[in-house]
Design a protein around this ligand. Structure first.
Ligand SMILES: Nc1ncnc2c1ncn2[C@@H]1O[C@H](COP(=O)(O)OP(=O)(O)O)[C@@H](O)[C@H]1O
Ligand SMILES: [Mg+2]
Length: 287
């Protein structure tokens, strides 16, 4: 049974602005799933529904964390140990950093649950170490760079997993949106190292290519396709049909073919474009 199950989710803002329509998928424990889609396709809304920040109009999100497996609805979880398995990093890290120092921000959730300050600080420093940001502990969050804020916000989620990262589900919204190339590369490397299950909303298809096991493509609030990486990331016609472009690091032969106006030999087009094997099967969602 899959670790996370998203079942028939539909949602309209204020009951009149449709954002998501009948979205279903599941996520394996420890895997990395990218939610790809153009602006307004519903990625952020979907993440917030999975995190139970927004209640869907229809459908359920279930987490299956028991042995033997028994799925539980995230929206009605009362059990603290189950609830702390899902954490979200919002697109604007400023929205979740508000304390005078970084370590207090990271420790906020556990101090709120009654953890003593000295223990909370030790745990916050641990979480900051895990994201290679221990040196930021005493800094005021509002003075950090974009990349540093992302790390602080990530640490504030990791601390809630309570050293059980492999059971945690990290939801992260457009993590590379405000990062310069070097910070972006470093942050992607950091995300790759995390052992938790990851769901990443992004239109950065180059990141999706390097980091994801599987990609869900959203289009106008519907699920347009589901594909292992790289799969549809090399399908320019499909990507354009949902408002996206080929990733810059998409297969070199395709790009050269286009530039030169010449087809290259068949063997060239089998060159893998990432750590993943090319030409894996994918599934278009039938309308
Ligand atoms: N607070 C809101 N009130 C009304 N409509 C919203 C709100 N937030 C998002 N939407 C709408 O919901 C749709 C999906 O938005 P969003 O989930 O932010 O997409 P994405 O993250 O893919 O850019 C869009 O049409 C957007 O305009
Ligand atoms: Mg968004």
């Amino acid at each position: 049974m899959s670790y996370l199950q998203v079942q028939n989710i539909s949602y309209s803002y204020e009951g009149k602005f449709p954002a998501l329509s009948n979205i279903s998928f599941d996520v394996e424990k420890g895997s990395c799933l990218c939610l790809a889609g153009a602006n307004g396709s519903g990625k952020s809304t979907l993440l917030q529904i999975i995190a139970a920040c927004i209640k869907p109009d229809a459908g359920d999100v279930c987490i299956c964390n028991d042995a033997p497996p028994s799925p539980k609805k995230v929206s009605v979880l009362r059990d603290e140990s189950a609830r702390r398995k899902i954490g979200i990093v919002f697109q604007e890290p400023d929205n979740q950093l508000f304390m005078p120092t970084v370590w207090e921000d990271v420790a906020f959730a556990i101090m709120n649950k009654g953890c003593a300050m000295s223990e909370a600080k030790a745990k916050a420093l641990n979480a900051l170490r895990a994201v290679e940001a221990e040196h930021l502990a005493e800094r005021p969050p509002y003075k950090l760079s974009g990349g540093e804020k992302q790390r602080a916000a990530l640490a504030s989620v990791l601390i809630t997993f309570q050293n059980n990262d492999e059971h945690g589900i990290l939801l992260i919204d457009e993590p590379t949106a405000y990062l310069d190339p070097r910070a972006r590369k470093n942050f992607i490397q950091l995300l790759k190292k995390l052992s938790c299950t990851k769901i990443i909303a992004t239109h950065d298809l180059d990141m999706a290519l390097t980091i994801s096991d599987e990609i869900l493509f959203l289009n106008n609030g519907t699920l347009a396709a589901r594909s292992p990486a790289p799969g549809l990331l090399s399908d320019e016609v499909f990507l354009q049909s949902i408002g996206l472009e080929l990733p810059l690091s998409s297969p070199a032969p395709r790009r050269f073919e286009k530039l030169l106006g010449l087809p290259l030999c068949g063997s060239c087009s089998a060159i893998p474009i990432s750590d993943h094997e090319p030409h894996q099967p994918h599934e278009r969602i039938q309308k």
